[in-house]
Write a protein that binds this ligand. Structure first.
Ligand code: GLY
Ligand code: MN
Ligand code: MN
Length: 414
C-alpha cells in the first residue's frame, strides 16, 4: 500500500501522461560462480517493495506493469523461490506482469508512445546483464537517446523526507548500531585485533536479522587517518585510540555511527585535547540543525571550531589549510542508502533543513606524522558521527544511545 501511495505521489509531480520506468539490479558476481548477497536498488524498492533481482517496473496514471524473472523449477531448487508472472498481480498490485525478456523485446513499443518517459540511464546491472544476453543493445541505446526525462531528481526529493515508518526503521537501525558500539567499547583491550572487535558488530547485527549498511571501518592507531580503512586486521596497541565507523540496515534503512575511544579505556592528554575539539565541533554543529537553517551550517560551524582548536594547540598556523587535518564534509543525507539521495543545493544555494530529513554529523581530525607538529599528536585520528533527524522543533539524535563524552566512555570501559 505504501508503495502504491509513493507511485501516485511521484506521478502527481510529473506531467499527466508521464510514463515511469524504474529498474532493480541483477545479482553481482564475487568470484567464479559465487555471488554477493543481493540488495535491491533503493529507488526500485522504495516504489515497488519488490525484493527480487532482475525486474523492471513501468507505470503511468492508468497502468502498472512489472517485468520480472519467470518461474523456473531448476533455478528455484538451487537458488530459491521466485514470485513469477502469475502471482505478481496479486502480490505486487500490478495490472500486468511479464517475463523480463518481454521488456527487452518490446522496448520499441514503449518508446513510440506519445508520452514522456521518465527514466535514468542505466546505473543498474539489470540493463547490462539482460541486454547483452538478449542482444537488444541497439534498442536500449535508442531508449536512452530518445524521449527521456530524468527520473532520479523527482524520487530523490521524495526520499529526502522520511515518514513515520521510515523514521521508526531508522531509529531501530541507530539503536542496534549504538548497542554494538557500546559493546565494542566494553570488549576492547590491548592485544586483541581489529577483526575481534569487528566480529562483535557482525554478530550483533546478524542476531537481529540485520546486516552492515556499508563495510565497517575498525581502525586502531594511525590506521584511523586512512579515511576508508577496511582491512580491519591489525593488533590493538596499549595507548592507542580506535576509530570505529559501523552502521546497520533495518528494513533497508541505514544507520551510520562513528565512535573513537582509547583501546585501554583511558584517554591520554594529547588524545583528550584533540577529542574535545571534535566533540565540541560535533555538538555545536548538531545544535544548529532545525527547520529553516541552512544545511551547510553544521559544516561551517564544525570547520570554525576545529580550525580554532588546532591553532590554539599549535598544530596549525593561523593561515594553515584546514583540509590537511579535516578533509571531508560534516554530513550527508541518510536513508535507504548510507549516502542517501537528495541534493544539498537548490539553484546553487544550500537548501534549508526541513522536518523529516535525516543527516549525519561527523566532524573529525586526522594528524599524520609531520616534523612540524609535536610528536605526541602523531597518528591521532578522531571522528564522532551521529545520525540526526530534523523535527518540527529542532532535531533528535537517533544515535544518542552511543555515549560520546569522555567521562561516559571511560566509565563504561572501566
Ligand atoms: N560510513 C560512511 C560515512 O561515514 O560516510
Ligand atoms: Mn560513517
Ligand atoms: Mn557518514
Amino acid at each position: 500500500m505504501i508503495h502504491q501511495k509513493r507511485r501516485q505521489e511521484l506521478l502527481s509531480r510529473l506531467p499527466e501522461d508521464a510514463v515511469v520506468i524504474v529498474s532493480t539490479n541483477s545479482e553481482q558476481k564475487r568470484n567464479s560462480d559465487v555471488s554477493y548477497p543481493f540488495r535491491p536498488d533503493s529507488n526500485f524498492w522504495y516504489l515497488t517493495g519488490f525484493e527480487e533481482p532482475d525486474a523492471i517496473a513501468v507505470f503511468s496514471k492508468n497502468n502498472y506493469t512489472m517485468y520480472l524473472r519467470p518461474k523456473d523449477q531448476t533455478k528455484e531448487i538451487w537458488n530459491g523461490v521466485r514470485l513469477g508472472v502469475d502471482l505478481a498481480p496479486k502480490t505486487l498490485l500490478v495490472d500486468k506482469a511479464f517475463d523480463i525478456d518481454v521488456f527487452f523485446e518490446n522496448i520499441d513499443s514503449l518508446i513510440k508512445k506519445d508520452s514522456i518517459v521518465y527514466f535514468d540511464a542505466p546505473g543498474n546491472s539489470v540493463w547490462k546483464d539482460n541486454s547483452s544476453t538478449n542482444a537488444h543493445n541497439h534498442k536500449i541505446d535508442s531508449l536512452y537517446e530518445s524521449v527521456l526525462q530524468p527520473l532520479n531528481p523527482h524520487i530523490s526529493e521524495m526520499r529526502l523526507i522520511k515518514d513515520k515508518n521510515e523514521i521508526q526503521s531508522m531509529q531501530e537501525a541507530a539503536d542496534l548500531a549504538a548497542k554494538a558500539h557500546l559493546n565494542a567499547m566494553k570488549s576492547s583491550r590491548p592485544g586483541l585485533y581489529e577483526h575481534n572487535i569487528a566480529s562483535g558488530f557482525d554478530s550483533m547485527f546478524r542476531n537481529e536479522n540485520s546486516e552492515h549498511a556499508y563495510p565497517p571501518i575498525v581502525a586502531s592507531g594511525e590506521n584511523a587517518c586512512v579515511l576508508h580503512y577496511t582491512e580491519n586486521n591489525k593488533e590493538l596497541k596499549d595507548g592507542d585510540l580506535i576509530l570505529i565507523d559501523a552502521g546497520c540496515e533495518i528494513n533497508g534503512y541505514a544507520s551510520d555511527i562513528t565512535r573513537t575511544f582509547p583501546i585501554n579505556g583511558k584517554f591520554n592528554v594529547a588524545q583528550r585535547e584533540i577529542y574535545n575539539i571534535v566533540l565540541e565541533a560535533q555538538k555545536s554543529a548538531i545544535a544548529s540543525i532545525k527547520p529553516g537553517a541552512s544545511s551547510n551550517r553544521p559544516h561551517e560551524i564544525a570547520c570554525e571550531i576545529i580550525k580554532n582548536g588546532l591553532i590554539k594547540l599549535g598544530i596549525m598556523g593561523s593561515h594553515g589549510e584546514l583540509t590537511k587535518f579535516y578533509m571531508h564534509n560534516t554530513g550527508h543525507w541518510l536513508g535507504l542508502d548510507v549516502h542517501d539521495v537528495g541534493s544539498k543545493l537548490i539553484d546553487d544555494n544550500f537548501r534549508e533543513f526541513k522536518s523529516g530529513m535525516v543527516t549525519t554529523v561527523e566532524p573529525g581530525i586526522y594528524i599524520r606524522k609531520d616534523d612540524k607538529i609535536e610528536s605526541k599528536y602523531w597518528g591521532i585520528g578522531i571522528r564522532i558521527e551521529d545520525d540526526v533527524l530534523v523535527t518540527e522543533s529542532g532535531n533528535h539524535i537517533l544515535s544518542e544511545k552511543a555515549v560520546k563524552d569522555i567521562d561516559a566512555i571511560e566509565n563504561l570501559m572501566s
